[in-house]
Design a protein around this ligand. Structure first.
Ligand SMILES: [Zn+2]
Ligand SMILES: [Zn+2]
Length: 397
């Protein structure tokens, strides 16, 4: 019997119920205490051994009756500092906090996987490790913290998924190679010398220096990076000065850089520092720079994708397994993908008829709940191919 045949209407209805409960009770990164309790209570009910390596988040171990590889499945459980503008009956009960990225759905799907697998241990070889990971949405990254705690020690391959409002419900996007970008953050303080707005010659005006620096930073992409390599440099904040007739001493910029290639990432890091320092110095000012490296770019292992494409096709049909182009958004699953063969899929949840076509992180974002069952069936198919008796990892992964 295929494992997905264990998914019936009752289970799909439960997924929806869990997702709605989580949606109504969102918690910010590293503060997912109630969410952690909720997950842990269900795992206890299903007699699945699990632990909490951090204050929040849960790691469950489903050990098969036969020896074999260890395969990990990961979901993220955190919400965002956004005030929800949806109007359905299970909207966030916490002002200013909202599941606006679909992590409520991811958690529900992985709970469904846990419930089914708990009854299948005799058919499992090796271990299936389920990672309910906190804090995907912050640069400090729950994935990084999980890895430091040894959560993926001994794991041979890891898979993850994201519900995606840019992809129609009923489609799954799966492709090898880079699919999401590295995420770095920078701060540049341009330090000049303030004074009277009427006597600029007696000052070093950091507003003028920082303004031209913003324009100069655009040349990193247009004149430093190979035109065939994707890269983004965005200045997201520019703060300086309080009064119309005073030249301030300091202007502070923050921004982000995104790349799909680690070599390009290193180049931008190096050149951004050089440019900011040189540009400030050429104008008599000083640049104080903090460059924080966040998620690396996310790459799918080619042999895993090849091995697991049939798992997706069996759920939605060959014609509905697509490959969307890489995006310059980031995903902290990339920290795992740098350490072991990994695969990350996008499960379509766009349905304009029910309003699930708002972009992620929008105050009216929501997921099409019919994608939850698709995500569950897909996940079970994947884990069956990797961890059932007779299944296994592809050669090369
Ligand atoms: Zn997000
Ligand atoms: Zn997300």
């Amino acid at each position: 019997m295929d494992w997905i045949e264990r998914v019936d209407d009752d289970l799909v209805a439960q997924l929806t119920e869990w997702r709605r409960h989580l949606h109504a009770n969102p918690e910010l990164s590293f503060q997912e205490y109630e969410t952690t309790e909720f997950i842990s209570d269900l795992l206890t009910r299903w007699k699945i051994p699990h632990e909490r390596p951090l204050d929040t988040g849960v790691v469950a171990h489903i050990r098969g009756s036969k020896p074999g590889p260890t395969v990990a499945m990961r979901c993220d459980i955190d919400a965002l500092p956004i005030t929800e503008e949806n109007e359905f009956e299970f909207i966030s009960t916490k002002p200013g906090v909202m599941h606006a990225c679909g992590h409520d759905g991811h958690t529900a799907i992985l709970l469904g996987v846990a419930k089914v697998l708990a009854e299948l241990t005799s058919e499992i070889q090796g271990e299936v490790r389920l990672l309910f990971q906190p804090a995907e949405e912050v640069v400090a990254s729950g994935a990084r913290h999980f890895i430091e705690k040894g959560v993926v020690d001994g794991v041979d391959a890891i898979v993850g998924l994201h519900l995606m409002s840019a992809v129609d419900t009923g489609k799954i996007s799966l492709g090898e190679g880079p699919i999401m970008a590295s995420v770095d953050r920078f701060e540049i303080a341009v330090v000049g010398s303030g004074g009277h707005g009427a006597f600029p010659h007696q000052t070093i005006d950091p507003i003028v220096v920082a303004s031209s620096l913003v324009t100069e930073l655009q040349t990193l992409v247009s004149r430093r990076v190979d035109p065939l390599q994707p890269a983004v440099v965005t200045v997201g904040s520019f703060k300086g000065g309080d009064v119309f007739n005073v030249i301030p001493s300091r202007v502070e910029l923050t921004g982000t850089t995104r790349t799909l290639d680690e070599g390009v990432r290193d180049l931008i890091h190096r050149e951004l520092v050089k440019l900011a320092e040189g540009h400030a110095a050429a104008n008599g000012a000083k640049a104080e720079i903090v460059y924080e490296r966040g998620n690396p770019s996310l790459e799918n292992d080619a042999s895993l994708v090849k091995h697991l494409l049939p798992a997706a096709r069996a759920v939605v049909g060959r014609e509905n397994v697509i490959r969307v182009p890489p995006v310059m958004g980031g995903e902290d699953f990339a920290h795992y993908s740098r350490r072991m063969p990994s695969m990350f899929a996008f499960i379509g949840s766009r349905n304009p008829e029910i309003g699930s076509d708002f972009p992620h992180h929008h105050p009216r974002f929501t997921v099409d709940e019919s994608a939850l069952g698709i995500g569950l069936r897909y996940s079970l198919n994947v884990v069956e191919r990797l961890a059932s008796v007779g299944g296994g990892l592809p050669a090369g992964a």
